[in-house]
Design a protein around this ligand. Structure first.
Ligand SMILES: [Zn+2]
Ligand SMILES: [Zn+2]
Length: 252
């Protein structure tokens, strides 16, 4: 299993960066997790966008969704060059489709703006998904309503925190994972309860027995190397900070 970081920035991009987005490839299957601003341009450096089997959105915040507009336009303008059944699935959280149409309505009022291009669904977080060799299970976490961390199982096990404050779901999703991709958008002075500090991310990874911690969603102003040092105070395994275009092989 290979993870490519398409966007590791928080709500605003770091210099030269992109908001949240990750490409997961395993045994010929490609899945995109979250699709924030700047992600779609980077995606095309690695795969053909129409060859992606599924785009899965953790929650509907703008920094995780806005490049679905650009992705949709690419598929729309290139539709004549491929069979109509060859199109990525788009899996949104419950209530996500109407929220997405709120973004597209500023330039096109069609309620089919996304669904005529992507094979569009709202996932049932209690059921999970199977995409080729991958199974994706969802765990509700502490952020806006309908935010879901994901456990992605294939030839290895990847856990993704989505955006979340401290909560039991983070431990559940990351337990014994090969790689825990965990947000750390808060600094030590933050009193916002819906994100994590690097120390909190490290503490979850340690308790969960995750084998590798990859910190993400970090604003450069709050410190990057310091984030690794702070997480390492709580987590005894290897810690790295995700950066755009980083590729990590997970498991064998
Ligand atoms: Zn968010
Ligand atoms: Zn976010």
């Amino acid at each position: 299993m290979r993870l490519t970081v398409l966007g590791a920035s928080p709500a605003c991009q770091n210099p030269g960066g992109a908001c949240s987005g990750y490409l997961v490839e395993d045994d010929g299957t490609a899945v995109v997790i979250d699709c924030g601003s700047g992600v779609f341009g980077r995606l095309q450096q690695y795969v053909q966008p129409e060859a992606v089997q599924a785009v899965i959105i953790s929650h509907m915040h703008a920094d995780h969704t806005l490049d679905l507009m650009q992705y949709r336009y690419y598929l729309y303008f290139s539709r004549a060059s491929r069979p109509p059944q060859q199109r990525p699935a788009l899996y949104l959280p419950p209530e996500g489709h109407n929220k997405l149409l709120g973004i597209s309505s500023m330039q096109d009022p069609s309620s089919a703006f996304f669904s005529e291009i992507f094979d569009t669904h709202e996932y049932d977080p209690t059921r999970g998904l199977t995409i080729g060799p991958l199974t994706i299970n969802f765990v509700p976490v502490r952020h806006i309503p309908h935010t879901y961390a994901m456990r992605i199982k294939g030839s290895a096990q990847l856990a993704y925190s989505a955006d979340s404050g401290p909560c039991p779901g983070l431990l559940e999703v990351s337990r014994n994972s090969d790689l825990f991709l965990c947000e750390c958008a808060n600094n030590e002075q933050s009193d916002y309860p819906f994100h994590l500090t690097p120390r909190q991310a490290g503490a979850v990874a340690q308790e969960a027995g995750a084998r590798h911690l990859l910190l993400t969603h970090r604003w450069w102003v709050d410190g990057t190397e310091s984030a690794v040092a702070e997480a390492s105070e709580k987590y005894r395994g290897p810690v790295e900070l995700a950066r755009e275009d980083m590729q990590v092989t997970i498991g064998r």
